[in-house]
Design a protein around this ligand. Structure first.
Ligand code: DGY
Length: 323
């Protein structure tokens, strides 16, 4: 390649990360900071050497069709279910992500949702803001205790493990997990985590079920009507993973009729649109996909993506290569 690689950042990134890119590459920024259309993304693939998308960009087979000039998609984020990996492979486009640097931030949001759902924090805050609070009384706004309860994790990657650690150390929770593969004994021991090969067994025992699977075809509607029915009466579903892991219509029914008591959601099937029935319910906490939204994590994600792009074009081993 003659000259500096041409790189597109599809959204505005934290300044420190944008500047690092600008020091090394010929960078184009999406100054309007709105999601790019399929047509714009397809055009970008033939205009730039690397495109750096986010979860708000759908990189499908149409975007990757033809013979793209771009040889790298360096994703800003750990999840990459918005990228058609098969189509990228077929088009000869490498894909990287940013694991590790947003683990703590996302585990914090999982814990936040556990606490908010159990202690009815959203509902309570709405009451205060609406000036409906009538003062302290013994039976007002009673929630469920978190301390000493059982947390069931579906998926047991970095974020699940960080959630388990905080739940165990901070709240003395019992940890169960279900994953495709059992974790090494020393990890189970360190986190005091118990493997449930049978998912229904975990669902029937956990007071909080927290999702930590990647999203996409393999986990589509993993939490469906039957799985929701299998959950312990009065339990809570927490989703900081991907919206399509949950059948949202089935979840709405379960929020209305049980057996679950509530849900805490940071992700949705069709972001940024949210089923209106969710916003009408008090027993669901709704966050706008802020799992990794700390200044520290977002800078680290940008710098990690930079490191992937730099390694790729300098012919070094690319740290976080997915394809
Ligand atoms: C991630 O890193 O996957 C976050 O959900 C943002 O994309």
């Amino acid at each position: 390649m003659s000259g500096r690689p041409r790189v597109l950042l599809t959204r505005r990134w934290p300044e420190a990360a944008e500047q690092e890119f600008q020091r090394h590459f010929e960078v184009t920024l999406n100054t309007s900071d709105r999601p790019m259309t399929e047509g714009e993304l397809a055009e970008a693939m033939s205009e730039f050497d690397a495109v750096c998308p986010t979860v708000s960009d759908t990189i499908n087979a149409t975007v990757l069709a033809g013979r793209p000039r771009a040889s790298l998609l360096a994703n800003f984020g750990v999840g990459f279910n918005h990228i058609d990996i098969g189509a990228a492979r077929a088009a000869g486009v490498a894909v990287t992500n940013t694991p590790g640097v947003l683990t703590d931030a996302t585990a914090e949001i999982a814990l936040l949702l556990i606490l908010m759902t159990a202690r009815r924090a959203g509902e309570a805050e709405r009451e205060v803001r609406a000036r409906r609070w009538a003062g302290w009384r013994p039976t007002h706004m009673l929630g469920a205790s978190v301390t000493g309860k059982t947390l069931g994790l579906i998926g047991f990657g970095r974020i699940a493990q960080a959630t388990a650690e905080r739940a165990r150390l901070g709240f003395g929770m019992t940890i169960l997990y279900h994953a495709r593969r059992r974790a090494p004994a020393e990890l189970e021991e360190r986190l005091n985590a118990c493997f449930c090969e049978n998912l229904d067994e975990l669902l029937a025992s956990a007071d909080f079920v927290s999702l930590h699977v990647p999203g996409g075809e393999a986990t589509h509607h993993l939490v469906n009507a039957n799985r929701l029915k299998a959950m312990k009466p009065g339990s809570f579903l927490i989703n900081t993973a991907r919206g399509d892991v949950v059948d949202e219509q089935a979840l709405l029914k379960a929020l209305e009729n049980g057996p679950i008591a509530g849900a805490g959601l940071d992700v949705y099937a069709n972001e940024p649109s949210i089923l209106p029935e969710f916003t009408a319910r008090e027993n669901v906490v709704l966050l706008p996909h802020i799992g990794s939204a700390t200044a520290e994590a977002r800078v680290a994600m940008g710098l990690r993506a930079f490191e992937n792009v730099a390694a790729f074009f300098e012919g070094r081993t690319v740290p976080d290569r997915v394809v």
